[in-house]
Design a protein around this ligand. Structure first.
Ligand SMILES: Cc1cc2nc3c(=O)[nH]c(=O)nc-3n(C[C@H](O)[C@H](O)[C@H](O)COP(=O)(O)O)c2cc1C
Length: 175
């Protein structure tokens, strides 16, 4: 049987989707397994995947709504399936203990809704803000805000390393 992994993402403005795509490239190249990248809202089944990575960005303290929906819809299949979770957001613009704790705390509500979901790894990554991908009103609002200044804070080395370590762990759990 071919080993197949799913990377499901929740993303408003595509920077998290780009992380998911990069993760898939890394795993395909290094692990020689099949990897599919699918928007969380479009996932139809989980039974054909031996392991799953799920990731989302954050807006106003909330994950993309497709993530909770995915977890609830597939709660039975997720029980016992090797899983990892990652978050990309501006809180993680700077990787320090306080920001890691703040970001990790966002998972508490989500995990409590679906206790069957027990990710073995949690990736915490800086995100990106691209005004061209935001609605006009957001753009106007953020242009005046230092906190929401445009920039790309994704650390691709860190993302690649996490991807390799996590996929190793997921595949070990499966085999
Ligand atoms: C309207 C808006 C609200 C946001 N709210 C938060 C937030 O509450 N906490 C945070 O850490 N980042 C926040 N961010 C930053 C995003 O999580 C970050 O830019 C992320 O990389 C966007 O991913 P996406 O392009 O996949 O949507 C916000 C961004 C936008 C545009």
């Amino acid at each position: 049987m071919t080993t197949k992994m799913l990377i499901a993402y929740g993303s408003w403005a595509e920077s998290t989707k780009e992380i998911a795509v990069q993760m898939a490239e890394t795993i395909k190249k290094e692990k020689n397994i099949e990897v599919e990248v699918i928007s969380a809202k479009d996932v139809k089944e989980l039974s054909s995947y031996q392991a799953v990575i799920i990731g989302s960005s954050i807006r106003a303290g909330m994950f993309h709504s497709s993530i909770a929906r995915l977890l609830k819809k597939f709660r039975k299949e997720l029980a016992g399936k090797p899983c990892a979770f990652f978050i990309s957001c501006l809180t993680m613009k700077e990787d320090c203990q306080a920001n890691r704790e703040t970001t990790a705390a966002y998972t508490e509500k989500l995990y409590s809704k679906v206790p069957e979901f027990k990710p073995v790894e949690l990736g915490l990554f800086g995100g990106a803000v691209n005004y061209d991908k935001l609605p006009f009103l957001f753009r106007k609002m953020f242009e005046k805000s230092e906190e929401m200044a445009e920039g790309d804070f994704r650390d691709w080395n860190k993302i690649n390393q996490w991807t390799l370590d996590s996929s190793d762990k997921l595949l070990r759990q499966f085999s």
